[in-house]
Design a protein around this ligand. Structure first.
Ligand code: S3P
Length: 445
């Protein structure tokens, strides 16, 4: 096995480890990386990106942006250049977004206003995920799609147009919001998006950094984003901060493995992304932030986690959007806490890369934890100490299910093995090497 990453067909096992110690840098933020490439492709001129996440999901978006007519070049480690042509051109092949919901949904929005036929597809997991949540609002604005059942594969048709209109949020999804805003950018008229539950705002921030005007107004008492069509984006310099959704794994590992102290540098601390850190603090976690600063228009800081006891909490459902990808690792941490951790209002987890509620419930139970699955929630009754482990966990190719159980295995009594660890490369290609550098015992099974 390479030090970088396991191959797709071997399993990985995490064993009880000595104290985890040291400093690491999280890989670039996945959400911001996708957006930098897409906006670079839509813009006129050169976009330079530093710190791009070179995970499989983002690389699929880089290829897609190139297929839509931009010139995309890797200059070095995380350093990329995109030469945009001011819009998307007719691609000559199917746009394969791999495992990435963010990639396909944002690209569908970006492509919708242009007179091109674009066929989108993805892997088996992505083919099973709902695309109606993007097809419906974009169609309402005038786009046209050909899709059998609101799922991939689908075609965005050249005779669709984006004219003005209002879209009201139906799911707390930044992917849907972003698709609508990106469509509005190159449409005619004004597109409004009514967002009752705030979700990550990287698209809005980055559109502004590329020169677009996007207003946030209160209309009929509801927060509304407004974007006028026909705006010209100018290529920009983007510095991608570390991904808090990836930093979560080494940081939670440090909270669970006795004697640990780990610092992850340069972590994105946008308040719409930090719900996990807030929740862990409420559980009594020793988490601190140093060198809080602003970089590339986003707040960042160095986050340190130290081992200590955790107490179960009830996570407010209205915090879900700010930590939606972090519930799997929170559920793993909750298995060690004393008392109950209640996570409700998280039905969205059922339509991620896997049904994360079902798989976490199954995986934690297999590891000896006391967990109850609900229609839109999970309740974990923590042991207040040891968790047995000693299981082989089915991940259904979901990177975050795999990493969450490997972290659990580092603190469990018996080793935990995960299948399909190759999928970790979609978001965190350096996970195994980084965890080992901190002292984690993670090896091929
Ligand atoms: C993302 C939004 C979230 C998140 C995903 C990245 C984004 O999905 O789960 O990993 O970059 O906009 P939803 O918007 O569907 O909740």
């Amino acid at each position: 096995m390479s030090d970088q990453h396991p191959s797709a067909d071997e399993s990985l096992t995490a064993r009880r480890s000595g104290p985890l110690r040291g400093e690491a840098r999280a890989p670039g933020d996945k959400s911001i990386s996708h957006r930098a490439l897409i906006l670079g492709g839509l813009a006129h001129g050169t976009t330079r990106i530093e710190g791009l996440l070179e995970g499989a999901d983002v690389l699929a978006t880089a290829r897609a942006v190139e297929a839509f007519g931009a010139r995309v070049a890797r200059l070095g480690d995380g350093r990329w250049r995109v030469e945009g042509v001011g819009g998307f051109r007719q691609p000559s092949a199917v746009i394969d977004c791999g495992n990435s919901g963010t990639g396909v949904r944002l690209l569908m929005g970006a492509a919708a206003p242009f007179p091109i036929d674009a066929a989108f597809d993805g892997d088996a997991s992505l083919r099973s995920r709902p695309m109606g949540r993007v097809i419906d609002p974009l169609s309402q604005l005038g786009a046209r799609f050909e899709s059998r059942d609101g799922r991939l594969p689908l075609i965005s048709l050249a005779d669709g147009r984006i004219s003005g209109g209002v879209v009201v949020q139906t799911a707390p999804s930044a992917q849907v919001k972003s698709a609508v805003l990106l469509a509005g950018l190159n449409g005619s008229g004004v597109v409004r998006f009514v967002e009752d539950i705030p979700t990550r705002d990287h698209t809005e921030r980055m559109l502004r950094a590329f020169g677009a005007i996007i207003d946030e107004v209160e209309e009929d008492g509801r927060r509304t984003l407004r974007i006028a069509g026909g705006q010209r984006l100018a290529g920009a310099a983007v510095v991608v901060p570390g991904d808090p959704s990836s930093a979560a794994f080494p940081l939670v590992a440090a909270l669970l493995v006795p004697g640990s102290r780990v610092t992850v540098g340069n972590v994105l601390l946008n308040p719409l992304r930090t719900g996990l850190f807030e929740t862990l603090r409420e559980m009594g976690a020793r988490l601190s932030v140093a060198h809080a600063r602003e970089e590339g228009g986003e707040p960042v800081g160095d986050v340190t986690a130290e081992y200590g006891p955790l107490t179960g909490v009830t996570v407010p459902p209205d915090r879900a959007a700010s930590m939606i990808d972090e519930y799997p690792i929170l559920a793993a941490a909750a298995a060690f806490a004393s008392g109950e951790t209640v996570m409700r209002g998280i039905g969205e987890l059922r339509v991620k890369e896997s049904d994360r509620i079902a798989l976490m419930a199954r995986g934690l139970a297999a590891c000896g934890a006391d967990v109850a699955e609900e229609a839109d929630g999970l309740v974990v009754r923590g042991s207040g100490g040891a968790v047995r482990g000693g299981a082989r966990v089915e991940t259904r190719g979901d990177h975050r299910i795999a990493m969450s159980h490997l972290v659990l295995g580092l603190a469990a009594e018996q080793p935990v093995t995960v299948d399909e660890p190759g999928m970790i490369a979609t978001s965190f290609p350096t996970f195994v090497a980084l965890m080992r550098s901190l002292g984690a015992a993670i090896e091929p099974a």
